[in-house]
Design a binder for this molecule. Structure first.
Ligand code: MN3
Length: 243
């Protein structure tokens, strides 16, 4: 058995021996170098876990190519013109886009929005057998706002269908009624310029569905309901009411 002191001494000696890192050691290979800025979050399930609603190939490309590109481009823009923002929470950056230097503001809006939206989107989905249904306060709020869950789903799908081109449909806490449906273009969301975070959202960019559903966005949204994580949506609703 080593005493704590001996372990520290051994660790110190090892560190000293490698104090000058080899020029052949890349940042990626060195565990002491943490990536700077934002990173791609892991999916909370296997890439094939949402089949057949969302196929594994679409999920893989969507996560490791599209979402990764938003992260890479966000980091690149901030590194260039506002490196101090690399350490801020993404929500704080999006809520204060006016404070981002003008030269990179569109890039931060699009890629920062893309990063937040996709991180959010992965979390509000789950394998169909765990999807559940709206209940408790969330169910009451849906019924008060849209009469029935079916009417809500119809109105939400309609918002996704009517979003011309690329964008998102969102469920948010409302002013007159407990809940409201909005949609946004591109990678915009309700946090930008001071709004609250949404409690549910669907990505209606073609990259989210085209491989499997081709041009049939309505079929994609219909199948997507099967993999909504209603426990997470309920938790988002609770957080939005408090916030
Ligand atoms: Mn997407």
């Amino acid at each position: 058995m080593f005493t704590r002191r001996e372990i520290l001494r051994t660790a110190g000696a090892t560190a000293a021996a490698f104090a000058v890192p080899s020029i052949f050691a890349t940042a990626a290979a060195r565990e002491d170098v943490k990536p700077v800025g934002f990173t791609l979050p892991k999916l909370p399930y296997d890439v094939a876990a949402l089949e057949p609603s969302i196929d594994a190939e679409t999920m893989t490309i969507h996560h490791t190519k599209h979402h990764q590109a938003y992260v890479t481009n966000l980091n690149a823009a901030l590194t260039k013109d506002a490196p101090e923002l690399l350490k801020k929470p993404i929500e704080q950056i999006l809520a204060n886009l006016k404070d981002v230097p003008e030269a990179i503001r569109p890039a931060v809006r699009n890629n920062g929005g893309g990063h937040w939206n996709h991180s959010f989107f992965w979390n509000i989905m789950t394998p169909a057998e765990k999807s559940g249904a709206p209940k408790g306060d969330l169910l009451k709020a849906i019924e008060e706002s849209f009469k029935t869950v079916d009417e809500f789903k119809k109105a939400f799908a309609d918002a996704g269908m009517k979003r011309f081109g690329s964008g998102w449909a969102w469920l948010v806490t409302g002013k007159e009624k407990p809940l409201a449906i909005v949609s946004s273009p591109n990678q915009d969301n309700t946090i930008m310029d001071g709004g609250k975070a949404p409690i549910l959202g669907v990505d209606v960019w073609e990259h989210a569905y085209y491989l499997k559903y081709r041009n049939l966005r309505a079929d994609y949204i219909k199948a997507w309901w099967n993999v909504v994580n209603w426990d997470v949506v309920a938790a988002n609703f609770d957080a939005a009411k408090k916030g």
